[in-house]
Write a protein that binds this ligand. Sequence first.
Ligand code: NAD
Length: 361
Amino acid sequence: MAPLRVGLVGLGEVAQSIHLPVLADQRDRWAIAGVYDVSPSLVTLVTSEYAARAFDTAEALINSPDIDVVFVLSSDDTHSRFVRAAMQADKHILLEKPACLTVREIDELLALMPAYRKTLFVGYMRRYAPAYLAAQDELPDHADITHVRIFDLISEGRHFLKKSQNILYPNDIDRALLARGARERDALIREVVGTDAPADLVRAYRGLTALSSHHISAMRGLIGEPKGVIAAHRTNGGANTSVTFDYGHFACLYDAVVDDLGLFDAMIEVRSNTRRVRIIYDTPYIRSLPTRLEVTEAGPLGPVTKSFGPLYGDAFSNELEIFHRHIIEGTKPLTDLADSRRDLALMAAIIERMKESGGDA
Ligand SMILES: NC(=O)c1ccc[n+]([C@@H]2O[C@H](COP(=O)([O-])OP(=O)(O)OC[C@H]3O[C@@H](n4cnc5c(N)ncnc54)[C@H](O)[C@@H]3O)[C@@H](O)[C@H]2O)c1
């Protein structure tokens, strides 16, 4: 079949570093047909590198009969607006995470679902990483799980991207538009954290939606839904968060630490009394970095560890391959809007616990 014609709204870091190169690589599946960004220099760059048409507005791209699939890669505060337009235009949608910033926005989009006949896929690539997929066959029975530990001990993605790729960070976006985006983002965040929330709680919520959403989604995909949030705390101005999820007969401990050390240390570890399964994601968001899986079992001589990897299957390429398959076969993705609603509801519950525990300020 002919490649599906993709239109990209937002040509920033994730578009340049991930989606455009992966789309070009998967040339049998996709054609980069149209682009839009509020930065003219980004549009010029991307149309010079890829044979794509520049649209005058996001709405013109979304409603064009020459576009089959809309990639929403713009800032979080714009997601619900562009997704609504793409759902109403009945286009397939790749939506970067977090799907939205509030449960309210997702509920408004979910209300459009009955009339929507296409595929909406939220880009939680860690759920499509080879180590994550292989771990599902290695987990202990749910009833036997005694403990789960998840962490993101990292520096920001930009720290790694600046050393490895030539991303254009534009400085020609209309200032009034930037200010409006910042106001809208702040208003959405304050719907969750409260109008008078301290700066460290706002930062903690931004961290949850930006970084931790990956592992909250991966946790739910791997071991199911928690009953709730037992405890949550933020320190270091909201850059660090610690959360304890309630799974009844076991707890899942999550830690995020964001610093300037330049390390990327991220892991999910599921234990039973005699088995430990570790998914190791020491992979900032750069394409084709390997993931690893370790399975350790109690043996007569002592623990025996089976190691998978390094596994070079690229999570971002996998997610687009799987998205394409869902479109062609008309099947439902695991990471859809309803699934993302559960992540956002958990993040709101985490914020409520953080309000009780206070910050370090
Ligand atoms: N899956 C991942 O690992 C991953 C990694 C990074 C970012 N993301 C997500 O991707 C999205 C984009 O992040 P980024 O890091 O590329 O940010 P970015 O700021 O580098 O890029 C966002 C782009 O959107 C454009 N934009 C803003 N408002 C717009 C509007 N109204 N119309 C059209 N374009 C507009 C900006 O000009 C900018 O070029 C975010 O939702 C982010 O959470 C996901």
